[in-house]
Write a protein that binds this ligand. Structure first.
Ligand code: KMH
Ligand code: ZN
Length: 279
């Protein structure tokens, strides 16, 4: 059983509109403020999707670099950029995000229905992301939306080797309409398919947030929470801000006697160099 709990915050995502969710952090200042608040209450990693000046999702490299720099200047959080982007983003733009030199980046292991859309992740894109991250010294977080994607992970590691840092960390993204359900049973079914020595986190989308969190903690897993995945704190109660979700996750982790990891502990776990030597 892992001693501490790695808490990742996914504050923004690419799906919700600022007009519908006024509390969603979209400007550089809002993202920095939420990053600081979330670090204070226990987050060690920030999973970032970037928005443009009109609050729309963007992979514009200048904007992405600006947000990465601002979060690094103001926090010690591990910066994990999304290479998933939005369902409409072309593969070359998703790959180009790596040019912003984050500490880590997400890497989804297969195509999945995503509500009425399709989140496309063919094998060649997976291999390209994996090998480019190896070459550039970026640590992947393997995003798994369905059980079969863990078989793809085994094939990827077998054919192309371990990721940079040598440690395999998986995030089970559960409860997406089109992917695996956000249940304890589905989470348990994934565990035997994790590569030897791998760690995992779990994310429950929408109302599956709490059951997935509790199941993950009981199985020795880590947690991702945030407004990318969850906009309702309790029935009829909108999420106030990302820190509210991180604070709840941190509280549950403490109850499980696996308190939130510091950013140094998280870097150690994931094989990411400390801030001073990394840059
Ligand atoms: N926005 C979703 C289509 C990731 O960040 O890597 C994909 C996603 C996964 O959020
Ligand atoms: Zn994401």
């Amino acid at each position: 059983m892992t001693h501490g709990t790695l808490l990742t915050v996914a504050p923004t995502g690419a799906e919700s509109a600022k007009a519908d969710v006024p509390a969603l952090p979209v400007t550089v200042e809002e993202v920095v403020a939420t990053a600081r608040d979330c670090e204070r209450v226990g987050a060690a990693v920030i999973h970032l999707h970037v928005r443009d000046a009109d609050t729309r999702p963007t992979l514009d490299l200048g904007r992405v670099r600006e947000v990465v720099a601002a979060v690094r200047e103001n926090t010690d959080l591990i910066v994990q950029l999304s290479t998933g982007g939005a369902v409409t983003d072309p593969f070359d733009a998703r790959l180009a995000v790596l040019d912003a030199e984050p500490d880590a980046a997400s890497l989804t292991l297969g195509t999945v229905n995503f509500g009425r859309d399709v989140f496309s992740n063919p094998w060649d894109l997976i291999v390209e992301l994996h090998t480019q991250m190896q070459q550039r010294g970026i640590v992947p977080e393997y995003e798994v939306f369905d059980l079969g994607q863990l078989a793809t992970l085994a094939r990827l590691l077998d054919r192309h080797g371990l990721p940079h840092g040598g440690h395999v960390h998986v995030d089970l993204v559960m409860g997406v309409p089109g992917g695996m359900p956000g249940t304890a049973q589905a989470l348990t079914a994934c565990l035997p398919l994790l590569p030897p020595g791998a760690t995992f986190a779990a994310t429950g989308v929408g109302r599956t947030s709490l059951p997935v969190m509790l199941a993950a903690l009981s199985a020795g897993g880590h947690l991702r929470v945030g407004m990318e995945d969850t906009l309702t704190y309790a029935p009829g109660e909108p999420v106030r801000d990302n820190a509210q979700l991180v604070a709840r996750a941190a509280g549950l982790a403490r109850i499980a006697q696996r308190p939130p990891m510091s950013t140094d502990e998280a870097r150690d776990l994931l094989g990411i160099k400390p801030m001073e030597t990394a840059r």
